[in-house]
Write a protein that binds this ligand. Structure first.
Ligand code: ZN
Ligand code: ZN
Length: 257
């Protein structure tokens, strides 16, 4: 399986995962032009995608969809019903949807796709596990807390894109309004660096080879803080795991697992 993250953070999110001949995309949170530019720089063609999966209806995950849909009408859109409805209301994209029930597993090309519910202040947000039989990619960002479904999916992952949104001290010290600070730190907000590390400690994912820290806040986090918080939790696993922090402005390295 091969993974490329085109960008991660509150200004936009999108990634591509490939196994055999099947290419899947997750989220479309950049303008279509910007996403196409980043995809081209990585040699990924949007029209090759067998599906574009949405996690939730916040604009940093869906803002490019209207133009993407016009320019790449052959790519099927996937979401649960509430998320598709919310994105349609926000963007006008009301056709091309393949609806699934959260937690049901289904095949798309070489992948078995399973979604899991996450606590976040959106219509009906989910994370995903994309399993090709050899490996499994966990995608879990934009969640204020880890549910059973999150833990179960992470336990099966060989590669994880896991939220490590903020450093609690930097969040407290930031000039954001108190209500926004509460939202971010709350149960329907975002995982802190410590929350992400605690989750890895609890789950002890036995198959994990690659851990990519995602959705880092620009104002209230820094890559070295997120990495420093996670390193002790990975050390407890007692075997090497590749660890990196994802960037908002540029695509990631190509990860194979
Ligand atoms: Zn987000
Ligand atoms: Zn969100």
């Amino acid at each position: 399986m091969r993974l490329r993250v085109f960008g991660s953070g509150s200004q936009g999110n999108s990634l591509a995962v490939r196994s055999g001949g099947t290419l899947l995309l997750v989220d479309c949170g950049f303008s279509c032009r910007e996403l196409e530019r980043r995809m081209a720089s990585c040699g990924v063609s949007p029209d090759d995608a067998a599906g574009l999966f949405f996690t939730h209806d916040h604009s940093d995950h869906c803002k490019g969809i209207a133009t993407f849909r016009k320019r790449h009408p052959c790519v099927p859109l996937y979401a649960n019903g509430n998320t598709a409805d919310a994105i349609a209301a926000l963007t006008g994209v009301d056709d091309g949807w393949n609806l699934f029930e959260t937690a049901e597993s289904f095949a798309v090309g070489d992948f078995t796709v399973t979604s899991f519910s996450i606590p976040h202040d959106a219509a009906d947000p989910v994370g995903y596990l994309f399993d090709d039989g050899d490996g499994a990619l966990f995608v879990g960002t934009d969640m204020g807390a880890a549910t059973f479904g999150v833990r179960d999916a992470l336990a099966r992952a060989t590669c994880a894109v896991l939220e490590s949104n903020h450093d609690p001290v930097l969040l407290r010290m930031s000039d954001r309004p108190a209500s926004l600070k509460q939202r971010i730190a709350g149960r329907c907000g975002h995982l802190s660096n410590g929350d992400a590390a605690e989750l890895v400690r609890e789950v002890r994912p036995s198959r994990l080879k690659t851990l990519l820290l995602a959705h880092l806040s620009r104002q209230c986090n820094a890559p070295y803080l997120a990495l420093e918080a996670m390193q002790p939790a990975l050390a407890e696993l007692g075997r090497p795991v590749t660890l990196a922090a994802l960037d908002q402005d540029s695509p990631s390295a190509l990860y194979e697992f």
